[in-house]
Design a binder for this molecule. Structure first.
Ligand code: F3S
Length: 423
């Protein structure tokens, strides 16, 4: 293990002078720093914590959080929470069991005691409240947010684990290694995309094909800008480009372990530094067709009856909610539709009247959760449809459902008719 320099304040934290909760957090941050050869710690401006759903953390996780909160630890930088296993306001109405809800509420109570904001969303980058700026060092644990933050916003973050992100929030620092160091932000893969990529579903399919080839590589997309609309000035709205990049990154992180990509002439660091971001002797990958991705992601073509159509993985943006509201307004759905998003985004969509349009049609704009981290089998759901690459990857394994994967319009037609539309 190499030498890790600590300031006097950091040494005091490690020695327990600020209490046992802070000491435990600093111990985690310092241990990681020593393992990864960090020279020092870097202050972080924002933290995103994952590992919130009782479905994933279980009783041991709830006890761990409660103990840490009881030890007097408090976050010292703005810290937000990933989705939990249910919507807080309507868990009974939706049908979740009290045996699930009670420990889940205890877990988010512990986070509240620690000072963590109850955003319960995997898209902190769509929240103006996060106050993110190009070049900020942050500590994020949600893998889809990590890749969006690093790549599209030019943030610096590693893929934190749940406890290490919480530790960073408590001490306001993380160890300076990995993507916090500029030398590690150079691409070791050049990816060429030789087939058309237009829609959110197609960007998810591209993410699958690339992610499962490159592992945790850092990517240089040589020609992807040609298939993307311009990045919106205000990315918190989502927008045509933001929605595509949101799903691309989630699939890259879900099927691989990508935390950073650059798009030549498009993403902020690529615009600033150009080909200087290419590392020595990068490997090459060329994508000629998206068809192999659909063969895997549209996993159950024999299934046509759909129990749940789910849109919003990562959580839906305002632009996605608006488009869904426009599609279903004045119609009546025949099967369940969940548009999953964060409670702050839901409130904004409600102000615009979009939530009412979707719910009048029989759908739900579900806050705080998603169909991966919620125990959907408890609700009798056996077959799902989505246009989100990460959902297609995770839901069959995590929620034990069959999966149809396709365009937003196909998903919404399935919600209207109850069956997956023939092509
Ligand atoms: Fe978010 Fe759930 Fe997808 S946490 S990225 S909506 S699996």
């Amino acid at each position: 293990m190499s030498e890790l320099r600590l300031t006097a304040e950091e040494q005091a934290m490690l020695a327990g002078e600020l209490g046992p909760g802070v000491q435990k957090a600093m111990d985690i941050v310092v241990t990681l720093g020593r393992i990864y050869g960090a020279p020092d710690l870097v202050p972080v401006t924002h933290v995103q914590i994952a590992g919130v759903s009782y479905k994933n953390i279980g009783d041991a996780g709830v006890e761990f959080l409660a103990d840490w909160a009881d030890a007097g630890a408090r976050v010292r930088v703005p810290t937000m929470l990933n989705p939990m296993g249910m919507e807080e306001a309507r868990w009974q109405e939706i049908g979740f069991a009290a045996a699930f809800a009670q420990p889940q509420l205890r877990a988010i109570g512990a986070f509240a005691k620690l000072g963590v904001q109850q955003t319960l969303s995997c898209v902190p980058y769509l929240l103006p409240e996060a106050g993110l700026h190009f070049g900020d060092h942050v500590a994020w644990a949600e893998s889809s947010a990590v890749v969006f933050g690093n790549s599209v916003l030019g943030l610096h973050t590693n893929r934190e684990g749940g406890p290490s992100a919480l530790a960073a929030a408590v001490v306001g620092r993380t160890a300076r290694y990995g993507y916090h160091q500029d030398t590690n932000r150079r691409a070791n893969w050049i990816v060429e995309v030789a087939c058309p990529v237009h829609t959110v579903a197609e960007f998810g399919a591209l993410g699958y094909l690339v992610g499962q080839q490159v592992g945790n590589g850092c990517l240089w997309f040589a020609d992807l800008a040609a298939w993307l609309p311009p990045l919106a000035e205000d990315i918190t709205q989502g927008g045509a480009a933001g929605d595509r990049l949101k799903t691309l990154g989630a699939a890259l992180a879900g099927y691989g372990a990508v935390a950073l990509y650059h798009i030549d002439g498009y993403t902020p660091e690529a615009r600033q530094h150009g080909a200087a971001l290419l590392g020595p002797a990068p490997q090459r990958l060329r994508i000629d067709s998206l068809a192999p991705a659909y063969a895997v992601m549209d996993a159950n073509p024999e299934v046509t009856a759909i129990d749940l159509v789910t849109i919003g993985c990562p959580h839906a943006s305002l632009s996605e909610i608006e488009a869904i509201a426009d599609y279903v307004r004045g119609k009546q759905l025949r099967t369940r539709l969940w548009v999953t998003t964060g409670r702050l985004i839901r409130a904004r969509a409600e102000e615009a009247g979009w939530v009412q349009a979707i719910e009048a049609a029989g759908g739900m704009v579900v806050a705080d959760t998603c169909a991966v981290v919620a125990p959907v089998r408890q609700l009798g759901i056996r077959s799902m449809a989505t246009n989100a690459g990460k959902m297609a990857c995770y839901a069959p394994a995590h929620s034990g459902v069959t999966m149809r994967y396709g365009e937003l319009e196909q998903c919404l037609e399935a919600a209207l008719s109850g069956t997956w539309p023939a092509t």
